[in-house]
Structures are given as C-alpha cells and as structure tokens.
Design a binder for this molecule. Structure first.
Ligand SMILES: Cc1ncc(COP(=O)(O)O)c(C=O)c1O
Length: 391
C-alpha cells in the first residue's frame, strides 16, 4: 500500500491546487526538484563541465535506473529530451524498403503519424491502420491478418493521449516477433503508471517521456533500443558524440544506444529524471498502477452519474486517463473554470489522435488523470465541481 500521506508530503504542488493531469505533466516530488536544483547550483558554483565531471557516477547511474525500470540493460538506453525525439530517432533510423507497409493502430499519436506520412511521401511507403475490435482495442486478429513480407514495421501507441485505453502491447509484440518484423512501441503515457518490461513486450524500440506519470522534469525522455540493433543501426542524424570522428574520412558509431544522443545535454534535468525513476521504483510500480487505476475508475463512476457527461474511454482494461465530453459546453472554458476553482484538468483535441477521433466523431475531449498522490476526495470534489459548473 502506498503511504499517501508521505507521498503528498513529498509533493509541493498539492498545496497549490488539486492537480489531476498526470497525462499532461504530473507534479514532481521534492526529490526531483532538489536533484535539478542541486546540479544547477553546482554548475553555477564550479562550472557546467566541471559539475558534469564531478557528478559522472550519479549521472551514469541514471541510465541504470531507466534500464532497471524497464527491464533493459544500461547500454540499450539513450537519454532524450522528450518522447517524440526518442521515437523519431528510432523510426527515422529504421531502414524501410520502398513500397513496404507501416502497420499502426487507430490510437496512434499525432507526432508519430505525421512522421509516417513524411516517410511515406519520401520513400513510397504505405501506412495501414489496424482496426480496433468491439472494445476499441487494437484487433489482434486483424493485425495477424495484415502481416506479410512487405511489412516494414509495427509501430503502435500503448496508451493513447486521449483516454484510458490500454492496447495489447505484449500480444502485438508476439505477433511482430513471430513474423520477424521490427516493433516500435510508444510507451509515453504508459511509463510511470504501469509496469514496463521490454523482454515481455518483445519490442525492438520503446520511447517514453519523463514529465508525465514518471513525475520527472519537463524536457526529459528516453529511448530503448534492443541490443541486436546496436550492431548495425545508423541514426538518421549523428554528431561527434554518438559517432566520434576517428579519422579525416571516418566516423565510428558508439557501440551503445547513446549513438542516438548528441554532445550537449541538460545534466540537471537528467539528474531529475533519475531521481523520479528511483522514487517511482521505491514506491513500487505495481502499487502505483493499482492506485492510479483505482482513482481513475472512481472518476469514471462519478462522471457517469452526471447528466450530460459522456465518458469516452475505450478498452476492456483501462488505465489512469479518464476522457469525457459534456453536451453543449465548450471544453476550454470548462478547463479554465475548473482551474479557477482549484482543479487542474485538461483537454485533448481530435488532431492529437486523428484516426480514432474521426472514427468516433469525437469533439475535443476533457481529461482527468489522477496520480497516486491524489485522493478519492479530490477526484470526487473535481467531479462535483464540474457538475455544479454545468447545471
Ligand atoms: C501517446 C503519446 N505519445 C507521445 C507523446 C509525445 O511526448 P513528448 O511531448 O514528450 O514528446 C505524447 C504526449 O502527450 C503522447 O500522449
């Protein structure tokens, strides 16, 4: 069981508002804030390069923390400034034959889809969206059916930005692996709210961000690259950190995932990401998952009792993101009025998940996304306030 009093005592932001938007950017615990400030202060005191050198070991440990959290080895991890950069590094590096197909899901995130479109345009690729089953989950039978020699990659989003759906990432991995097709998994909204085990997932690449359920600082993320790819995969862009310039006409790729990194980085933010992951691991990801899903279900229950509110979450098993719409009300004005009442909730525009939004004819959705530091009273209070705003 999570010591809710303790995690709340560790979270400055709860004094300011009832923050229910972990799927946007969650509240950082104090240890994360301190890690960032301490490193920044050290940079101010002794210089940026000197601070990095003096903290070489703790900064190296961040890779081990990320790796440990996802069941990878440290050399399979690259630290990035966000999930999109991480994802793009993997996607744009992946060799795809002219005419080959990209298989994806209806819940795919906008940033990924526009990258599909760009490569499709440049390299004559085809994008094939695997339909969802009656629960709104990626249809595994349809995926199996779509597999073939011309599939270049299976790239899906595990948990979408616009709701509580959890796609069957492990089963997708089994299918992709059985057909020998590379598997790129967007775990941005999953990281920090559910267990990630790259072996079990069978993914070749996995991307995630720091600021959401992991409670890290903004401007952090990571990329996992399965070891076997490090023998030959060339990043789409390199610099002399990822690929040292060893002779006038020659560079040599690093032999680890850091070949996707560049020379300059925010070491303060990396220290914060490391602290966030260690903090999550201390609490325990399964306990976090239990509490987040419990609070989200409480929110769904309460919302479903409010007239004019429709809960929009898909899937059989649902995660911490609760999406809903309100008949006859403008979303942004609800978000603003809730904020003025001390409740931070969010919205998700159809263009963030265009395929799903068009299929379901969705308006801009409202999102409530509790984290384990929230209480049932806060969740109920938010729904009561919402109800009073619209009635
Ligand atoms: C499913 C999903 N993938 C990727 C991203 C992009 O993450 P980042 O903003 O860290 O690049 C988001 C952000 O909301 C997301 O929800």
């Amino acid at each position: 069981m999570i010591d809710v009093d303790q995690v709340r005592a560790d979270t400055q932001g709860i004094a300011h508002s009832t923050h229910l938007l972990a799927c946007g950017s969650a509240l950082m615990p104090t240890c994360v804030v301190e890690a960032v400030i301490t490193h920044t202060q050290l940079e101010a005191q002794i210089g940026g390069y000197e601070a990095q050198a003096s903290q070489a070991e703790p900064l190296e440990k961040v890779y081990r923390s990320v790796a440990g959290h996802i069941g990878a080895a440290a050399h399979e991890v690259a630290l990035m400034e966000n999930a999109t950069v991480a994802w793009c590094h993997a996607f744009y590096a992946l060799p795809l034959k002219q005419g080959s197909r990209i298989l994806t899901c209806e819940a795919e995130y906008a940033a990924n889809y526009v990258a599909f479109l760009q490569r499709a345009k440049r390299e004559n690729l085809k994008i094939e969206v695997i339909p969802s089953d009656e629960n709104g989950t990626l249809d595994l039978a349809a995926l199996e059916e779509a597999m073939g020699d011309d599939v270049g990659v299976v790239a899906i989003t595990w948990v979408p930005t616009n709701g509580g759906l959890v796609n069957p990432a492990v089963e997708v991995g089994r299918i992709a692996n059985a057909h020998g097709v590379p598997y790129l998994l967007d775990a941005c909204q999953a990281a920090g709210q559910m267990r990630i085990d790259v072996e079990e997932l069978g993914c070749d690449f996995l991307s995630a961000t720091g600021r959401k359920y992991l409670r890290g600082p903004r401007g952090t993320g990571f990329l996992y690259i399965k070891d076997k790819w490090l023998d030959f995969l060339e990043p789409a862009m390199i610099d002399h950190f990822g690929a040292p310039w060893v002779a006038r006409d020659k560079y040599e790729l690093r032999d680890d995932a850091r070949r996707f990194e560049t020379w300059e980085n925010s070491y303060a933010l990396r220290a914060g990401l490391g602290a966030a992951i260690d903090y999550a691991d201390q609490i325990g990801i399964d306990q976090i998952n239990d509490r987040v899903t419990f609070l989200a279900e409480e929110a769904r229950k309460a919302l479903s009792e409010v007239s004019d509110v429709t809960v929009r979450d898909l899937g059989k098993s649902r995660c911490g993101i609760v999406s809903f719409s309100i008949e006859g009300f403008e979303t942004q004005s609800i978000v603003k009025q809730m904020a003025a009442s001390g409740y931070v909730i969010g919205a998700s525009a159809p263009s963030s998940t265009r395929i799903d939004s068009e299929r379901r004819n969705l308006p801009t959705l409202l999102r409530i996304a509790p984290h384990y530091y929230n209480t049932e009273e806060e969740v109920r209070g938010a729904v009561e306030r919402l109800s009073s705003l619209i009635h």
